[in-house]
Design a protein. Structure first.
Length: 697
């Protein structure tokens, strides 16, 4: 394990991390449980959605008597409510309860906003209902005028409904954290002397061995000791296909075993697991600062100031024009309500919550929101070659035979001779044979040829495998077809080994760092999106040219030392290009930090790589294009929401102020509340459409 990987894991186990655990079995530190997620999704200024729901239903029930005993409503509807001693006080009494019970959340919110020096939505709502209530009480007991009890009551009810719906929407979006936390099972079957014992997941420790039955959830990160099966990792990595597992393979807590039984040796539990790290990253991303959110905050502040100024101007103007105090106050309250930046407060946070949850479900972990926002404007994506576009391991990439020998036969003989060797070339040849389902024959009399290769007897024939020195020492010239292939492969920086049968060269085998099959599609997708692709590598120019030609890469930087990768990224930025750097997050940290967007690919279980703004769980370079797709889609939703949340005020505020009153067009405060709430619903629904984005396509 590299030092960078160990460092990444140490960061994953940071002191402020949350320890995942099963409900009812608390470990040493608190877990990212659903309850904590719900608290995080609470309503503005600490009010939970449940609180708004309860207050809404209570005030809704109280509103009907206010409407029934309001003279204006009776006149409009042409009925008279049953009279009884004291019935004339029903509107005052019930409206007072509605104001002090239903309006408390807005008054407290206004107090908190003013204390923080940032008046906003709660300030406007609190001001509107207070003006309406104070005037109504004054008109009831002190001055001549018509109270605004029914307007006040409907206003509070509509505002509570709007906030309740908002909190439900935000809660569902942020519920991804709760769903992630629920992936862990409550208990595990720990292997003990003579059988198994059922223990809480929180009781597991590194080194424990656990039994995973068919269909069971993996309780902790670890390595398969015994058994073969496939594991569904979609809930963590976004990979839709089950991943085969056999002894030596790693498994991730929260994933689901398929039909086989596995015995797992635990190496990470609680706060150290991949799942706990993902939960922390999602939480961090939802809290991290967004440029669009900063814009929305500034717009809300300006809108609040405009609303207060417009409301005051409306009051003064109508009084100056000789209107009644009741009419002037109605217009003022309507302006306050219609201008509430309610939709503006929801426009960005809801998109952030939905996009973050969507990315996490697809194996794209957004560590910093600003990185995801910048991804939409990228000009060039720079890939580190080894381990990113390629597998980072030698593999057979070409075979040329001579003398009528079939490729499969040549590969079988080479794999037989290399059967006992641990050299990386030997492993590559054996893996190639296994991948092509070629069964090597039995070899005997294995002998190493120092500096040249290996030799063995296969079916009574002498077979040798080695490099150019083996050919030189044999004294036998290469056939023309093998020589041509060798020259071409050498020009591409590939390693070439030869197969000799009874002293005669019969095949040439090319080995190189194997290109990931996904890399071609990744480069093609990025180009379709109008993004150039570049590659950084420490390999030779020949190797870089070969990989670039195979993948269609626009620009390459070869023979670059790790400490100089950041300089190449800086060069691109100095040209005025917006650059993303994609690396393994281990030795690419300086380059990742230098780029406009740092993407750590193939982080696997080491999800806390602090040098990257975006972390890709899978070793799939196609996810880079998915990040850009998500960035563009989420930004588009943010802009649409901001335009709607602010644009409708251009028309609504003048109408609420009464500029068309001479034509009989007047917005009552309650109608203003309905329109304001309708704008919030539009913004919420528009954000929900982001869920339909298909990142896998």
């Amino acid at each position: 394990m590299s030092e960078g990987t160990r460092a990444g894991r140490r960061r994953l186990r940071g002191p402020d991390a949350q320890r995942g655990h099963a409900a009812g079995h608390p470990p040493a530190r608190p877990a990212p449980t659903a309850g904590r997620v719900e608290r995080h999704a609470a309503a503005h200024e600490g009010h939970h959605a449940e609180d708004f729901r309860r207050r809404f239903w209570v005030t809704l029930a109280l509103m009907f008597p206010v409407l029934a005993y309001s003279p204006e409503v009776q006149q409009w509807l042409g009925f008279r409510a049953p009279a009884f001693p004291g019935s004339e006080w029903v509107p005052f009494a019930f409206a007072s309860v509605i104001y002090f019970y239903g309006g408390t959340v807005f008054l407290r919110g206004a107090r908190d906003e003013l204390t923080a020096g940032a008046p906003g939505m709660m300030t406007l709502v609190g001001l509107a209902i207070t003006v309406a209530y104070v005037y109504s009480v004054a008109a009831e007991f002190l001055i001549a005028g018509g109270p605004l009890y029914w307007e006040l009551s409907t206003l509070v009810v509509v505002m509570l409904l709007g906030h309740w719906l908002e909190m439900r929407a935000v809660g569902r979006a942020r519920g991804a954290l709760a769903e992630l936390a629920k992936l862990l099972p409550d208990t595990a079957e720990r292997l003990a002397e003579g059988g198994t014992e059922t223990v809480p997941v929180a009781a597991l420790r590194p080194g424990d061995r656990v039994l995973i039955r068919p269909g069971g959830k993996i309780p902790a990160d670890g390595e398969v000791d015994e058994g073969e099966s496939s594991v569904n990792e979609a809930m963590v990595t976004g990979e839709s296909r089950p991943v085969p597992k056999r002894p030596g393979d790693r498994v991730i807590a929260g994933t689901v075993n398929a039909s086989g039984s596995l015995r797992l040796r635990v190496d990470r539990t609680g706060e150290e697991t991949t799942l706990a790290g993902i939960v922390r990253l999602v939480e961090h991303a939802q809290r991290s600062r967004s440029r669009a959110q900063a814009l929305a905050d500034r717009a809300a502040l300006w809108l609040t100031g405009i609303a207060i100024g417009a409301g005051t101007l409306t009051l003064v103007t109508w009084l100056a024009l000789g209107a009644s105090l009741a009419f002037a106050l109605q217009r003022t309250v309507a302006v306050f309500v219609i201008a509430c930046p309610h939709a503006l407060g929801l426009a960005i946070p809801l998109v952030i919550a939905i996009s973050t949850a969507l990315s996490a479900r697809n194996g794209l972990l957004v560590r910093e929101r600003i990185a995801l926002e910048r991804a939409r404007d990228l000009d060039v994506v720079v890939f580190d070659k080894t381990g990113t576009l390629t597998r980072g391991e030698q593999g057979v990439v070409g075979i040329r035979t001579s003398g009528g020998m079939a490729e499969a036969d040549a590969l079988a003989l080479a794999a037989a001779v290399e059967g006992d060797s641990e050299h990386m070339i030997a492993r590559a040849i054996r893996d190639a044979a296994a991948g092509r389902k070629v069964s090597p024959p039995t070899a005997a009399g294995f002998q190493a040829l120092p500096g040249r290769g290996v030799r063995a007897q296969v079916d009574g024939r002498t077979v040798q495998v080695g490099g150019p020195r083996l050919i030189e020492s044999s004294g036998v010239p290469l056939p023309d077809d093998l020589r041509e292939a060798s020259v071409r492969w050498g020009g591409e920086g590939k390693t070439v080994v030869y197969l000799l049968l009874e002293g005669q060269p019969r095949a040439a085998i090319a080995l190189a760092d194997v290109i990931r099959p996904e890399s071609r599609e990744a480069v093609a997708r990025l180009k379709e999106m109008g993004v150039r692709v570049a590659m950084l590598t420490g390999d030779s120019e020949d190797v870089a040219r070969w990989v670039a030609r195979e993948l269609g890469i626009d620009e390459t930087f070869a023979e670059v030392l790790p400490e100089h990768k950041a300089d190449k990224v800086r060069e691109l930025r100095e040209r005025g290009e917006r650059v993303a750097m994609v690396g393994d997050g281990i030795n690419d940290a300086p380059a990742l930090l230098t780029a406009d967007v740092g993407v750590a690919i193939g982080a696997g279980t080491d999800v806390a790589i602090e040098s990257a703004g975006i972390i890709l769980v899978r070793n799939d370079p196609r996810d880079v294009a998915r990040v850009i797709t998500l960035s563009r889609a989420s930004y588009r939703k943010m802009v649409e929401n901001l335009v709607w949340a602010t644009g409708y005020n251009v028309v609504a505020i003048p109408l609420a102020a009464g500029v068309l009153a001479r034509y009989g067009i007047i917005l009552a405060p309650a109608v203003g509340a309905i329109l304001m709430s309708a704008s919030t619903v539009v913004v919420a629904l528009n954000a929900q459409f982001l869920r339909r984005l298909n990142l896998a396509g």
